[in-house]
Write a protein that binds this ligand. Sequence first.
Ligand SMILES: Nc1ncnc2c1ncn2[C@@H]1O[C@H](C[S@+](CC[C@H]([NH3+])C(=O)[O-])CC(=O)[O-])[C@@H](O)[C@H]1O
Ligand SMILES: O=C(O)C(=O)Cc1ccccc1
Length: 247
Amino acid sequence: MSKEPDRLFAQPLPQVPDFAFNEDVVRVFPDMIKRSVPGYPTIVENLGVLAAQFAQPNSALYDLGSSLGAVTQALRRHVRTDGCHVIAVDNSAAMVERCREYLNGQDSMFQELLPVQVIEGDILALQFQPASVVALNFTLQFIAPDQRLALLGRIRQALLPGGALILSEKLRFNDAQEHALLTDLHVAFKRANGYSELEIAQKRSAIENVMKPDSLEEHRERLLAAGFSTVVPWFQCLNFASLIALP
Ligand SMILES: Nc1ncnc2c1ncn2[C@@H]1O[C@H](C[S@+](CC[C@H]([NH3+])C(=O)[O-])CC(=O)[O-])[C@@H](O)[C@H]1O
Ligand SMILES: O=C(O)C(=O)Cc1ccccc1
């Protein structure tokens, strides 16, 4: 993975543009996400472990909003189920291009990895194949709120018995005090990872129009409304959580 440090918001910007997954972000993305999302490495590695428990023979494993393919790589490290293949989807051309390079690197280092297909496309327009694992790792929060239920409904319809959706998201909290506390602690996490007050403030204004987190209660209710039977949180670090939703 690229070692370039994230300094995208280090200089004062006259106007902070809306955050986009462009070439500049791609260059620093591994550093940015590790220093911004508490628990990210733990979530990604364990997502592979969880997926291995839900993978069904001869089915698709989806990595939706795959960015540079960190989840896809974890799926390929952990899942050994016969006949599975991974489908990674992202609508950022810059992400997809670099993701394919990284996966070629993984292919040249290891043998007998699951086959993988990287699709440049909108996950809202995807025709799902029968799937046993679907990962939405910090992607649903970037989907327009009024599209989220329909997307989860289509994922539910594609899921095979014994399969699972794994959904990781930044959380909002209905209780104002809990929200303020966990937001402050997230800022402290970023500061401890070397981000300045300016970087933190400019990044906040870059993402506020494009990333709309929901509360755990909203996630649970929407997943049930989409037809999932069971919703189990398996990880939370500050205001970032990951859920297992069963068909
Ligand atoms: N409609 C869409 N269709 C396809 N892709 C989309 C769409 N909207 C956003 N994306 C893509 O979703 C990804 C979200 S990042 C996921 C991290 C990754 N999962 C990881 O585990 O490293 C999360 C973050 O940066 O906080 C970006 O690559 C977008 O291009
Ligand atoms: O940086 C933040 O505050 C976040 O909430 C997470 C994030 C991480 C990477 C890209 C966009 C948002």
